[in-house]
Structures are given as structure tokens and as C-alpha cells.
Design a protein around this ligand. Structure first.
Ligand code: GTQ
Length: 342
């Protein structure tokens, strides 16, 4: 129906009258009923990020900052602290000898290790050393603290679903009474119990998050390399695997999915789009990504965001291994997820 047909003097007067009651006619709806969001595609280069992280180290300690994190904010969402409607992305740096004190919160968090060795995260009584390329899980409401017992700065990317808790009005946080939580499991316990396609015989999931604390980079790369040699490439993704919650085969979080993909040198991928909001972090390799017609050259440790329903395609100059996370878990659970290769 044409807009004009709904603009008779009677209807205009009616619309005006009901406004006083905080009512609006659906036939004048201005909100778009199409996929996609107002968010922008953007790439943050490691060349810009690293110096600012080092500068932050000179200016503030982890005692004062609690977490020394630079938040990557979508230019269309200034002041929100979010990189897309549904996702938070931070870059965290911790210096040798520093501790990021124990706390817990209702948002789930993931870590993707970018650079440096010698840092650990402790989650619910178990410590895991973090190596570059590792993907780590911090289930919601679990106590967590981080520390660096090595001799170089360590940087990782934090992905949180805090946009969800904010949306629902369900954000809670608490400090642990000590800086460092007591450890009551041995390092490697969660890997031994859940990390080999085996489960403890009477295991019943207590949370929706994966019981695996650390998904090591070497094992992920081994799997990708094997499949690259034995199977045809996906036209848009190359070889792409999703990190699984071993307890149910679903996602590591009820909200967020995480992935690693391998695209060989010279890969010229098809365009793809999905309803996911996706954040990428380049583990290895260089190439060009085109998002909604905008091309970005990328290299190791660059971070870029592809908002919902943006066409995305990859071209590589070298073998590329790229981590990503998205809101696909939540969209799948709600039946909203759609995607297509174009
Ligand atoms: O390491 O616990 O980027 O609580 C934002 C909030 C990291 C963390 C962030 C957090 C953390």
C-alpha cells in the first residue's frame, strides 16, 4: 500500500491523538524489516594496534585498570563499547609479573591469543598457559584471573557476549576477595577429561559453555592441514572448522560460535553472506578481504568485523589461517540464522 493512502486527514489526526498515549500505528512503521544492520565493516591493523597497546602499558598498570584492554568499537556505535550490535571485542595486554585480578560476570568470554608466551588464565580453579593461536573459554559466572609469569608482553583478543546481557538487563559482576583465585584442579584436567572425544562417564553439563578451557592452536592447525590435503575446498571458506562443545556437539557458548579457517595461497573465494555478525583475527598470512564492496588488505593479527548480511569474500597472497567468532550460536538457537554462497 502506498504511504499516501495512510495519510488522510482523519488518519493523520488519529496518529497524532494516540501519540499522547505512547501508541503508534503499525501502518506508519519506519523501522526497516530487512536483514543487515547499520554497522560498518572495518579493519583495525596490527600496525596501529600494537603501538597503542605498548603506550597503554606505560600509562596504566593492571592494578588500576584491572584489565588493560583497548575496546574495538564500531564507528557507527560510538560510546556503546561494541564492535557490532551483538559483539564486544577487546585487545588485552599483560606484562611480565602482572596479575589481572579475579572476578566473574554474567557475560561469557572467549580469548584468542595473538602474541607472546608466558601468560596464563585461571578459570574455575584451573590454570591454562596461553600460546599464540589458542582459543580459550571463560564460561559465564566463573571466577577468572590472568597472570604473566614469562618474560615478554602477552596480547590476546577478548570476545564477550556482553551485548546480550545488556540487552536483557542481566549484567552482574563480582570481584573475588583475593587477586588470585585458589587452584583446585591440575593444569590440563579439562583437556584430559573433555579434549579427546571422550567424556567423564557420569558427566552432566552444569553450564551451557564448553567444559574445555583451552583449544590449542597446534591441534586446530593439524586438523585443518589434514582436511586441506584430503578434501576439496569450500568455495567461500576454504577449510573452515567450528570449535565444538564436546558435551553436546554445539557451540562453545550459548551465544557465540568460534571458528578457524585455512585458505591456501592464491585462494580466490566466492562471495558469502550470513545473518551472523562476525569478528575475524588473522593468525597467519596476508590477503585481501572484501566486505560489502569495501576491500581491506590484511596481515597477521589484523582484526576486522563483518556485520550481519554483508557480502564477504577472501583472496589470499599466502597460506592464511584466520580465527573468527560470531553470534551464530544465539541465532541458531532462535531459528534466525540464514546464509548463502553468492
Ligand atoms: O579478562 O575478564 O576485555 O572481564 C572485558 C571484560 C576482558 C577479562 C575484557 C573482562 C575481561
Amino acid at each position: 500500500m502506498s504511504h499516501d493512502a495512510t495519510q488522510t486527514p482523519e488518519l493523520v489526526a488519529f496518529s497524532k491523538d494516540i501519540k499522547a498515549l505512547d501508541l503508534n500505528p503499525l501502518w506508519e512503521r519506519t523501522v526497516s524489516q530487512q536483514p543487515g544492520s547499520a554497522c560498518q565493516a572495518k579493519l583495525w591493523s596490527w600496525a596501529d594496534l600494537k603501538p597503542q597497546l605498548m603506550k597503554a602499558c606505560e600509562l596504566i598498570g593492571t592494578k588500576l585498570a584491572e584489565r588493560r584492554v583497548l575496546m574495538l568499537e564500531n564507528p557507527t556505535m560510538r560510546g556503546s563499547s561494541f564492535i557490532a550490535n551483538t559483539l564486544f571485542t577487546g585487545l588485552q595486554i599483560i606484562l611480565p609479573g602482572e596479575v589481572a585480578a579475579a572476578h566473574r560476570h554474567t557475560p561469557n568470554a572467549l580469548r584468542f591469543v595473538v602474541e607472546g608466551k608466558g601468560a596464563y588464565t585461571a578459570v574455575a580453579g584451573e590454570r591454562a598457559m596461553m600460546q599464540p593461536g589458542d582459543f580459550l573459554v571463560t564460561p559465564n559466572w566463573s571466577w577468572h584471573d590472568h597472570g604473566n609469569i614469562g618474560n615478554e608482553p602477552v596480547v590476546w583478543m577478548d570476545g564477550l557476549d556482553s551485548a546480550f546481557t545488556k540487552f536483557f538487563g542481566a549484567t552482574f559482576r563480582e570481584d573475588y576477595p583475593e587477586d588470585v583465585q585458589p587452584l583446585y584442579r591440575s593444569e590440563g584436567d579439562s583437556t584430559a577429561a573433555f579434549g579427546s572425544a571422550l567424556l567423564p562417564v557420569d558427566y552432566k553439563a552444569e553450564t551451557h559453555a564448553s567444559p574445555i578451557l583451552r583449544y590449542p592452536y597446534e591441534r586446530t592447525c593439524e586438523a585443518l592441514r589434514h582436511l586441506y590435503k584430503s578434501q576439496p575446498l569450500h568455495a567461500a571458506h576454504g577449510v573452515k572448522l567450528r570449535y565444538a562443545n564436546p558435551a553436546d556437539g554445539k557451540y562453545p557458548f550459548p551465544t557465540m560460535a568460534a571458528f578457524m579457517q585455512f585458505m591456501p595461497k592464491g585462494f580466490d573465494g566466492k562471495k558469502y553472506r550470513s545473518t551472523e555478525n562476525i569478528v575475524f583475527n588473522v593468525a597467519e598470512g596476508t590477503g585481501t578481504v572484501t566486505i560489502k564492496g569495501q576491500s581491506f588488505a590484511f596481515g597477521p593479527h589484523d582484526i576486522f568485523v563483518a556485520p550481519s548480511w554483508c557480502e564477504i569474500s577472501f583472496k589470499t597472497n599466502e597460506d592464511c589461517t584466520i580465527f573468527s567468532y560470531s553470534d551464530r550460536a544465539a541465532q541458531d538457537a532462535m531459528g534466525f540464522f540464514r546464509d548463502e554462497v553468492l
